[in-house]
Design a protein around this ligand. Structure first.
Ligand code: ZN
Length: 549
């Protein structure tokens, strides 16, 4: 049959062998009847055969046309292989450049499905494709992404960044490897172990430097797998270690982190509208606060997962299955449309605060005796304990002024550590004031600050001897955690010194980890390692399969 008299022929995949016979319009699709003109050769021995055995029709999903789905109905021949030494007797002719054997989509359609799956994920990809009239299932989309060839990068890697990422927070960790020169992820390992890292490194003897955190595993893996390389401790991780060290020192001094109220104008009313007054001894309070913060953090992550799944089109039942959560909670959260904060636990204000005005007045009149004040307010109906009255006025006793004990400010060791380690040029007036107030309660903060700034300066300098000097000097510090930190640096000193002597850091790896997290969250519950890896690695370059001219 002569070629179809239009451009339609030239728009077919591989129009050199695929010949358009006619176009039929179905209710929801175009059906393109085509036949094949080629010299069919046996896929086993390669011999050309003209001995047709039979024909059958093969259907292939192709690119849609003007928003309408397109199906190729190809008449395909079965041929006899005449090569007597060939084990294959009958073969179906192949469609090179059109579709893979047994494929149900044309190759160019599969490629689009793969690309959309790579960018958008399974279900969103499926929806987008369906809108573009390429009907497919989310499973198929994910399968295509997984099939993507992810052969190890052929480009040599000179400077490598390595870090871990949470597969399941607090439980499982994987490893991410980044080519620092090209800013590209080169691989993902399913675990965080010296063995797997060193095995990977052995395939890349060209690596010159390895930028890593101070987790001993990567140091060990690098030493084993790439002894030729120079290891560089990451500056950011070093500062995180410093901050954690300071936090440990300050945890031991948490009682000194309760700051007296800032002096206030005397007219300030004593109304106890501060809710977090506690009748328990102070030390337990920061811990309780941290635990509730942790709980809130966990709920928030849960909430974000639910919203991400919902936004990607999952049903409530599917979300419930994926996250192992009750449907009721999910419905409540979705209905609410914002993160449901827990109400702070209702703690009635201590009874004594009802008599705050009277106590303030008597205090100002000169009555400083807690027992006397207790007796007086008892007459007025106070039914609480004597100790509460004593505590209530104890804050006034220090300053000589009636101020509410509720105005005491508790600083968490973590917050204090952040202030202590903050660079001098990044600290604003308010933070400096707070730091001064902390120092007034806990004078050692001044030494801790000196130690921290000394470390920062050494790390930011260009002479690693300064850093070595800092380590030497700090080994004799009076603070246990600081001493341990210094000895830890000592053990890893060549990598630590390289943090000053080289410019490499894992900063860009953090960015890649954020991208990984986003993809993982998008695919929640279905993110098998191979799939995650396929979506995190760069999309391999694809030869553009356009129509023939
Ligand atoms: Zn053959």
């Amino acid at each position: 049959m002569a070629p179809f008299p239009s451009h339609s022929q030239s728009l077919l995949p591989n129009p050199r062998i695929l010949i358009l016979d006619r176009i039929e319009r179905d209710s929801d699709r175009f059906r393109l009847r085509v036949h094949v003109e080629q010299e069919p050769s046996c896929p086993v021995c390669g011999e050309v055969s003209r001995s047709r055995h039979s024909v059958y029709s093969r259907q292939l999903q192709d690119f849609p046309w003007q928003g309408v789905a397109v199906e190729l109905w190809a008449t395909i021949g079965r041929f006899r292989c005449r090569n007597s030494s060939c084990p294959r007797k009958i073969f179906c002719e192949r469609l090179p450049g059109i579709a893979r054997a047994f494929g149900r989509q044309t190759e160019r359609t599969s490629e689009i499905v793969r690309l959309i799956g790579y960018v958008a994920g399974g279900l969103p990809g499926q929806r987008l494709l369906s809108r573009l009239s390429i009907a497919t299932s989310d499973d198929t989309v994910l399968r295509r992404v997984r099939e993507q060839p992810t052969e190890a990068s052929a480009v040599p890697i000179h400077n490598l960044g390595v870090d871990d990422w949470a597969w399941r927070k607090g439980q499982d960790y994987g490893t991410i490897l980044v080519n620092l020169d090209l800013h590209r992820v080169v691989d993902l390992l399913p675990d965080r172990a010296a063995e797997s890292f060193s095995a990977w490194l052995k395939q890349h003897p060209e690596i010159v430097t390895i930028s890593r955190d101070r987790c001993g595993l990567y140091a060990e893996g690098a030493t084993l797998g790439a002894p030729q390389s120079q290891q560089v401790a990451d500056r950011f991780h070093l500062l995180v270690n410093l901050s954690a060290t300071m936090e440990r020192v300050l945890e031991e001094r948490s009682r000194q982190l309760i700051l007296p109220p800032i002096e206030q104008p005397p007219a300030e009313p004593l109304r106890a509208d501060v809710t977090d007054i506690s009748e328990e001894p102070p030390p337990s309070v920061p811990r309780r606060a941290t635990q509730s913060q942790l709980r809130r953090q966990r709920r928030l992550e849960r909430y974000q997962q639910v919203m991400a799944l919902f936004n990607s089109g999952q049903s409530q039942a599917a979300i419930s299955r994926a996250l192992g959560m009750g449907g009721k909670t999910i419905r409540r959260w979705l209905r609410r449309g914002e993160f449901p904060e827990r109400k702070p636990p209702h703690r009635p204000p201590p009874k004594v605060s009802q008599f705050a005005d009277y106590l303030q007045q008597r205090w100002n009149e000169g009555c400083r005796n807690a027992s006397r004040l207790y007796q007086e307010i008892r007459q007025k109906g106070y039914s609480g304990k004597h100790a509460m009255v004593r505590r209530f006025v104890s804050g006034w006793r220090k300053t000589g002024k009636p101020t509410s004990p509720e105005a005491q400010q508790r600083i968490s060791p973590k917050h204090a550590a952040i202030l202590v380690t903050r660079p001098a040029d990044k600290i604003n007036d308010e933070q400096q004031q707070l730091l001064d107030r902390i120092e007034a309660q806990c004078p050692e903060v001044s030494d801790l600050r000196k130690i921290s700034l000394g470390f920062r300066a050494a790390l930011a300098g260009d002479d690693s001897n300064q850093l070595r000097g800092w380590v030497e000097g700090t080994k004799h510090s009076e603070f246990g955690p600081v001493v341990r930190f210094a000895y830890g640096l000592q053990k890893d000193i060549s990598a630590v010194a390289a943090a000053v002597d080289t410019t490499w850091s894992t900063g860009q790896v953090e960015g890649q980890i954020n991208r990984l997290k986003m993809i993982k969250r998008q695919m929640y519950g279905r993110a098998g390692f191979e799939l995650l890896r396929a979506r995190v690695l760069p999309y391999p370059p694809v030869p553009v399969a356009g129509p023939a001219p």
